[in-house]
Design a protein around this ligand. Structure first.
Ligand code: AMP
Ligand code: TRP
Length: 325
């Protein structure tokens, strides 16, 4: 089984990215052929600083390594290093109706959020994502719930291409985590945790202990005092219980019981401690990897070489089928 996924290098990663995506990757690398990409071209569709992009790419590579991805077991590389991604994205655009791109939830949301920056790249974003996935003959795409729609569109594009030109692509399926597919913002538990929300809405994987404590204690919760998992009526507390559950391994029922006669503050304090302990490991590994510039470059270069030969194979076939050989 071939697995492909990617994350945009837009600065810090938060625990939503970790729980929704990376945690699944770590399990998958043991049993599948995994390709993980740093999708820098996607990061350029929302406002960004050119001078910071290379640092963000390097930091994301460090996150991949610090989280436990093993370059001996999986391939990782930077998207813009392999020209086939943009080439295929263009070709897929020629068989994709405009309406299908316009109805994507992420396009609608992001164009509302960045009124000054609604660019064609934002609209074409899913075409590039489809190219990423289809180039590697991917079977499964492990992502958080917000990306499900894009993977389904990819499948549709693959099917359309195969029908029109002859079979080239595998039709990929989405792989959502069993729990944690959508971690909510700490400041607004009805919205997903996101980097664009301001630092108080999320916990970064590299936040210092004091920051973690401050952010968790300031989490927006719900009226009442009951500590109960009920995402509709108690979205704030339920989000905290979910995060607690995944990081501690304790069942939610047990947590409800343990905190039965205690207040929200108690739950928050205890959760902060769990997070500080769990994320401490990341911070330590990051510190170590920050010193290993050459090693990181080497890992990415090796990944690029392997990925390039896979991508070239598919691309040759695509060009032939489409009549441009
Ligand atoms: P991005 O930072 O948008 O490139 O997202 C990288 C990965 O993290 C994707 O697989 C997303 O689905 C996942 N992800 C982002 N935000 C969340 C969230 N709040 N909860 C769960 N998964 C998320
Ligand atoms: N669009 C994804 C996100 O915002 C990132 C991404 C780009 C991706 N290409 C991909 C994810 C291919 C999975 C597969 O999170």
């Amino acid at each position: 089984m071939r697995v492909f996924s990617g994350i945009r290098p837009t600065g810090e990663l938060h625990i939503g990215n970790y729980l929704g995506a990376i945690r699944q990757w770590i399990e998958l690398q043991e049993k599948a052929e995994c390709v993980f990409c740093i999708v820098d071209l996607h990061a350029m569709t929302t406002p960004y600083k050119p001078g910071e992009l290379q640092k963000n790419i390097r930091d994301l590579a460090i996150v991949y390594l610090a989280a436990g991805l093993d370059p001996e077991k999986c391939i990782f590389f930077v998207q813009s290093e392999i020209k086939e991604h943009t080439e295929l994205a263009w070709l897929l655009g020629t068989i994709t109706p405009l309406g299908e791109l316009k109805r994507m939830t992420q396009f609608k949301e992001k164009s509302k959020k960045h009124l000054e920056y609604i660019n064609a790249g934002l609209l074409n974003y899913p075409l590039l994502m489809a190219a990423d996935i289809l180039l590697y003959q991917t079977d499964a795409v492990p992502v958080g719930k917000d990306q499900k729609q894009h993977v389904e569109l990819t499948k549709e594009i693959a099917r359309r291409f195969n029908n029109k030109f002859g079979k080239v692509f595998k039709e990929p399926k989405v792989l959502l985590p069993k729990v944690g597919e959508k971690i909510m913002s700490l400041q607004n538990p009805k919205k997903k945790m996101s980097k664009t929300d301001g630092p108080h809405g999320y916990i970064s994987l590299f936040d210092a202990p004091e920051e973690i404590k401050k952010k968790i204690m300031a989490t927006v919760t719900d009226p009442g005092r009951n500590i109960r998992y009920d995402p509709l009526k108690k979205p704030g507390i339920s989000n905290l219980l979910m995060i607690y559950h995944i990081f501690s391994g304790e069942p939610i029922k047990k947590l409800e019981n343990d905190f039965k006669n205690k207040g929200y503050a108690e739950l928050k304090k205890s959760l902060a401690k769990i997070l500080i302990d769990s994320l401490g490991l990341f911070r330590e590994k990051k510190k170590e990897l920050d010193q290993r510039e050459v090693y990181i470059k080497e890992v990415l270069d090796r990944g690029t070489k392997k990925a390039r030969s896979l991508a070239a194979l598919t691309m040759e076939n695509v060009r032939k089928k489409m009549g441009i050989f």
